[in-house]
Ligand binder design. Structure first.
Ligand SMILES: Cc1cc2nc3c(=O)[nH]c(=O)nc-3n(C[C@H](O)[C@H](O)[C@H](O)COP(=O)(O)OP(=O)(O)OC[C@H]3O[C@@H](n4cnc5c(N)ncnc54)[C@H](O)[C@@H]3O)c2cc1C
Length: 493
């Protein structure tokens, strides 16, 4: 058994762990970080950027959303079912956090909203300009994985501050002594154990997205059947388990829902190409939402969850495909390549030939329904009704934006099954607004903090896509808050 003594231990070097270790070290603490994998950044290396409100970038772009307005939107959206003080502290810090990152050398391509769509109910309508998209390393268009440039700069900053990273050494236990946290036990890849003692421990292990048993037990979804979430290696729910074993209170975790194709990163062109306000139906062939709303991936994930078999289908015809190829998509995604349809035929043929199961092509609607597994009579009736409404220029059922009322009439027809997806899990460990872990009776467990997705209990039922970049935003700011508070605690020791 190896022994280590330090001020603060951070369990994991993902996004929230990085923010926590930098903040603690900047405030004078000696910090050791144990990381399960051989690198830093966790799931954040896959993404594009965090939320910030009131950053210098927003001021330069004349975005005038204030933290107070965001707070009220968020609390309205969650029906005040979440910790208002935590939400308030997070949003008020988030603008400064963007500038803090820029001081470390992180560059942002600009600030963006994730989606915009027409809807009468305003608070749920357009996203706000909160998503600070990171400039990719080496330049080029921002896209998936841009944010790895941010985690790299953060790692460099942590190293510069003297933070010690111990890689390939997962923590598997929190040491408790007299009701207080005294340190952790970790084991390296050769089986060598380390007992590390510290005055404060910050848990930041990124949730349980790679643990199908926990997903089923805690959220009811079945991985690979009713949900096709990103399963980033290592996200096994270790932090939740360890915190709960140490006496932490439990909150109801959920999945950070969206929708996607199975194995979507290998079928990314199709994943983007079918995210259009064309015709969306359920397994019975019936429409289930106004398709002009599918840009809000959380709401669409929720809507698909409510359909039979938790699946949906998006369908267009060859006329619509021709239009997309010529004029571009009706709805532009900021995540998928902008020249999607230039590559559509190639990817479609390849995937059809390889028997990629979610897609189908046919010359008639009946045949399409059969191939895709949709109720034939239901789809035929729905297409007839839909085409009539397109002809009339008015969607009597959902009042979809009339610009998107384009008939499905000319074969071949194209169909793609849409599944519930998720970026990962959110929540599970009960914390207060200082990120201190509390027991089920809301008593603080001294010296134990939890941050990032392990403790992200502020979304209620649904991820607030209206304030996008929210998970990274929460990870960074909760991490910073924990690091600062842990450093204060150490001074008081
Ligand atoms: C494809 C994709 C795109 C995304 N895009 C965005 C986006 O643009 N904006 C946004 O806001 N959010 C985005 N997200 C979500 C965001 O990336 C995550 O919410 C965020 O990275 C989570 O941070 P975290 O610190 O909680 O966990 P992570 O960053 O995932 O880090 C967790 C770390 O814990 C380590 N670990 C696990 N168990 C242990 C253990 N026992 N001991 C030690 N270490 C351990 C893991 O190896 C990992 O390094 C995206 C997610 C995905 C998958």
């Amino acid at each position: 058994m190896k022994n280590i003594n330090t001020d603060v231990i951070v369990v994991a070097a993902g996004l929230s762990g990085l923010a926590a270790c930098i903040a603690a070290a900047e405030n004078g603490a000696k910090v050791v970080v144990f990381e399960k994998s051989n690198t830093t950044g966790g799931a954040a290396n896959m993404g594009m950027g965090p939320l910030g409100i009131g950053s210098s970038i927003q001021k330069n772009q004349m975005v005038n959303l204030t933290p107070g307005e965001a707070f009220r939107k968020h609390m309205y959206f969650t029906h005040y079912k979440v910790d208002a003080r935590m939400v308030r502290d997070y949003y008020y810090k988030s603008g400064d956090t963007i500038d803090w990152l820029m001081d470390m050398g992180v560059e942002f391509a600009g600030v963006q909203r994730a989606f915009s769509a027409d809807e009468a109910t305003r608070p749920y309508s357009d996203g706000e300009f909160t998503w600070h998209v990171v400039k990719p390393e080496g330049g080029g268009m921002p896209g998936p994985r841009s944010a790895s440039a941010m985690t790299k700069k953060m790692t460099e900053r942590a190293v510069e501050l003297g933070v010690e990273f111990i890689y390939e050494t997962p923590v598997n236990k929190i040491i408790m002594e007299d009701g207080m946290v005294a340190g952790v036990i970790a084991k390296d890849k050769d089986g060598q154990e380390t007992e590390a003692r510290a005055k404060a421990v910050i848990i930041a292990t990124g949730g349980f997205g790679e643990n199908p048993e926990m997903i089923k037990e805690l959220t009811g979804y079945e991985f690979g059947k009713t949900i096709f979430n990103f399963a980033i290696p290592g996200m096994r729910g270790d932090g939740l388990r360890m915190a709960w074993e140490a006496g932490a209170g439990r909150t109801q975790p959920s999945m950070e829902l969206m929708y996607q194709l199975p194995d979507n990163m290998n079928h990314f062109i199709l994943d983007g190409a079918f995210r259009q306000p064309c015709l969306w139906v359920n397994r019975n062939g019936q429409r289930f939402m106004p398709e002009d709303q599918i840009g809000n991936t959380t709401f669409t994930g929720n809507a698909i969850t409510s359909q039979p078999g938790m699946i949906a289908y998006s369908i267009f015809d060859s006329k619509l495909l021709k239009k997309y190829k010529k004029k571009g998509p009706d709805m532009v995604s900021h995540v998928h390549p902008h020249d999607l349809y230039d590559h559509f035929d190639e990817q479609w043929e390849k995937d059809l030939e390889a028997g990629y199961e979610p897609i189908a092509q046919a010359d008639t609607i009946e045949e399409l329904a059969e191939k895709a597994g949709i109720d034939v009579a239901g789809l035929v009736a729905q297409v007839d009704e839909y085409n009539e409404m397109c002809e009339a220029g008015y969607d009597e059922i959902f009042e979809k934006n009339r610009n998107y009322m384009q008939p499905i009439e000319k074969g071949p027809f194209y169909c793609c099954r849409q599944n519930v997806g998720a970026y990962g899990s959110v929540g599970g460990i009960l914390i207060n607004h200082k990120t201190e872990v509390m027991d089920q009776d809301s008593r603080v467990i001294p010296s134990l903090y939890a941050v990032g997705t392990d403790a992200c209990n502020i979304y209620g039922e649904s991820y607030p896509f209206i304030l996008s970049g929210n998970t990274m935003g929460f990870c960074l700011n909760s991490g910073r808050i924990a690091g600062e508070n842990a450093a204060i605690l150490i001074e008081e020791f």
